[in-house]
Design a protein around this ligand. Sequence first.
Ligand SMILES: Nc1ncnc2c1ncn2[C@@H]1O[C@H](COP(=O)(O)OP(=O)(O)O)[C@@H](O)[C@H]1O
Ligand SMILES: Cc1cn([C@H]2C[C@H](O)[C@@H](COP(=O)(O)O)O2)c(=O)[nH]c1=O
Ligand SMILES: [Zn+2]
Length: 193
Amino acid sequence: MTTHPTTARGGRLEVITGPMFSGKSEELMRRVRRAEIAGVKVAVISHSLDTRAGSSSITSHIGVRIPAVAVGDVDALAEVVRRDDFALIAIDEAQFFGPALVPVVTDLVAAGATVIVEGLCVTFDGRPFEPLPTFMALAEDVLKLTAVCTICGRDAVFHRRLADTGMGATEIDPSHVGGLESYVARCRTHVDS
Ligand SMILES: Nc1ncnc2c1ncn2[C@@H]1O[C@H](COP(=O)(O)OP(=O)(O)O)[C@@H](O)[C@H]1O
Ligand SMILES: Cc1cn([C@H]2C[C@H](O)[C@@H](COP(=O)(O)O)O2)c(=O)[nH]c1=O
Ligand SMILES: [Zn+2]
């Protein structure tokens, strides 16, 4: 029997995903805190495109924050995690790294690390947002969260951008970075409202 390379040495891939405001960052922070209490060596990585929290932390929409190392691309991410023997690598806003993040993460998992990938699985025009759908297929554990539709209160699996940036939703651009001032959570019925 052939052993698959990504599971051969006991690593683990966990995904936390959903739309904006669904509690992805809160859940990532909860898992990081628990690991740190357990004495696990943790690397928390954010993307430097998201400057909302400043460059050295990740922040939830209600302002809870934990320290993080901000990097601009997957090469810089790989460089940071090579610096030490991290048992847990937590990656915030994974959608900003694009599909190039997939081989980097699968290599880390193959080498024995637990990697938590947290990010959006859907764009503001309602399409799959890579690389999260790929990670969802490859993971040992997937937590798909929902937000609350601010029109009707039902589960929101989508979000709507309030102003048009003139760019496609899958484009990674600073003009798309934002929070409650730029996006609203929407259920299936109200996704266009
Ligand atoms: N429409 C909404 N639905 C759910 N939570 C919301 C909404 N708007 C604001 N929040 C707040 O956002 C918090 C989640 O923030 P956060 O973990 O940063 O979400 P995410 O990382 O998924 O965008 C919730 O606990 C809640 O206090
Ligand atoms: C829908 C959508 C969002 N973004 C940006 C907006 C925010 O800066 C982040 C998501 O942050 P959160 O912690 O998940 O709330 O991503 C984007 O670039 N493109 C989109 O389609
Ligand atoms: Zn609704």
